[in-house]
Design a binder for this molecule. Structure first.
Ligand code: ZN
Length: 342
C-alpha cells in the first residue's frame, strides 16, 4: 500500500481509536502532537510549515474505508515512514456512531454544520450536536494554533463512502462556492484520479461547506466508493487518493492528471422531503449518476410531483429515508466546461 503500513499496524490504530486511546500513540520527535478532542489529532512539524491540511473521516460512522485510510496514515506517521511537511489535523468525526457501525445515532451529522433550522431544533445533549460542536471547536483551535503562519493555504478533504453504487465510483463534491478554489486544490483533486466532480449550487449543512464558508478553507467532500464494514474494503481501490494525500502532506509534487477524464456536474435541484407521504419513484438498487428520461416522475407527495427535465437528468444520493426538511435526491446537469477557469 502507498502508506507502507501492514494491515496489523492499521488494525492496532483502529483498535486504539475505537477504545478512545488515540492519545497513547507515539510519534517521532520531529512531530508535535496535540489531542484537540476525542478522535481529533493535531500534528505539527517542529521545523515549521507552509500549508495546513485537514483530513476527516467517520462523519458518517458506517463509512469505514476513509477511517481505515486515516488509520494507515497515522500508523505511517507514527512509524516515521511518512514525511510530514504541513500542519495536519486528523478528524474521526462521529466516534460513538463509528463504534456502533451506524451512519448516525440520532441525526445526520453532515447536515448540521450550517443548517440552522435543523440544528436549532435539536437538543444540545444529542450525540451529533455534541460531535458537531466538538469539531467546530477543534477546527477553530487548529486554525488559531497555526495563525502565526500568516496566509498559508489550508486544504480539507472530508472523506466518505456512498450508500449505493455509483456509475462514477470516486467523486468530489465541491460546496457552494463561498470561496474560490485555487489551482493547487484542483491539482490535488486531479491527482486523486477521481471519476467526477460535482459542484453544489447552494449552501448546505455539510462539514466541507462550513469550513469553506467560515474559514475560507479549500474544502470538499470526497466519496471513495460504496460503504462497507471494517475489513471488507478493497484497499487497492484507494491507492490514487492515498498517493495524493501522501504528496499533499509530504510536500511532494502531485502527479499531473489529464483533466478531461473527469466528468463535471452541477447541482441544479435538491428534492426536499417535507411530507410523510413523500415517495421516490426509483428502484432500490438504482445507482448514483443514473441518467433518467425527461418527463419521468422521480418523486411525489400529496401536493407536489417532481419530474425530470432536459436540463438535469442525472440523479445523485437518492434516499427517501431522510428527516423532514432534508434533501432526498439531487438532480444534476452534466457540463463539459468547468464553472471556473484554471
Ligand atoms: Zn457519508
Amino acid at each position: 500500500m502507498i502508506f507502507n503500513v501492514k494491515e496489523g499496524k492499521m488494525n492496532k490504530i483502529l483498535k486504539k481509536l475505537l477504545n478512545l486511546q488515540l492519545s497513547k500513540i507515539s510519534f517521532p520527535i520531529e512531530i508535535k502532537v496535540s489531542y484537540l478532542g476525542e478522535g481529533i489529532l493535531q500534528l505539527l512539524p517542529s521545523v515549521g510549515f507552509k500549508k495546513a491540511v485537514i483530513l476527516s473521516a467517520g462523519i458518517h460512522g458506517n463509512e469505514t474505508a476513509p477511517i481505515e485510510l486515516l488509520a494507515r496514515l497515522i500508523a505511517s506517521l507514527s512509524k516515521n515512514t511518512q514525511r510530514l511537511n504541513c500542519a495536519l489535523l486528523i478528524i474521526f468525526g462521529n466516534l460513538p456512531a463509528i463504534k456502533l457501525g451506524k451512519r448516525y445515532i440520532h441525526s445526520d451529522m453532515n447536515r448540521l454544520f450550517f443548517n440552522h433550522n435543523q440544528y436549532e431544533k435539536l437538543e444540545k445533549s444529542i450525540n451529533e450536536v455534541q460531535c458537531v460542536n466538538l469539531l467546530k471547536e477543534a477546527v477553530q483551535k487548529f486554525l488559531d494554533n497555526i495563525s502565526l503562519y500568516d496566509n498559508i493555504p489550508c486544504y480539507h478533504l472530508d472523506m466518505h463512502t456512498t450508500i449505493r453504487d455509483s456509475y462514477f465510483k470516486q467523486f468530489a463534491l465541491l460546496p457552494h462556492n463561498a470561496n474560490s478554489y485555487n489551482k493547487s486544490f484542483f491539482e490535488l483533486l486531479f491527482s486523486c484520479k477521481l471519476n467526477a466532480i460535482v459542484q453544489h449550487n447552494s449552501p448546505n449543512g455539510t462539514f466541507s461547506y462550513y469550513l469553506s464558508k467560515h474559514f475560507g478553507v479549500q474544502s470538499c467532500t470526497i466519496e471513495l466508493g460504496k460503504a462497507k464494514s471494517f475489513g471488507l474494503n478493497n484497499l487497492t481501490l484507494f491507492q490514487s487518493i492515498e498517493f495524493a494525500i501522501k504528496s499533499l502532506i509530504s510536500g511532494d509534487n502531485f502527479i499531473k492528471e489529464i483533466k478531461k477524464i473527469i466528468r463535471w456536474f452541477l447541482v441544479v435541484e435538491s428534492i426536499i422531503k417535507t411530507k410523510d407521504n413523500f415517495r421516490l419513484n426509483l428502484k432500490p438498487e438504482i445507482k448514483n449518476f443514473t441518467q433518467l428520461k425527461p418527463g419521468y416522475i422521480i418523486a411525489y407527495d400529496d401536493n407536489h410531483i417532481w419530474r425530470i427535465n432536459n436540463d438535469a437528468p442525472w440523479i445523485l444520493f437518492p434516499n427517501s429515508d431522510v428527516a423532514f426538511g432534508l434533501r432526498a435526491c439531487l438532480l444534476l446537469r452534466s457540463t463539459t466546461i468547468p464553472y471556473f477557469t484554471l
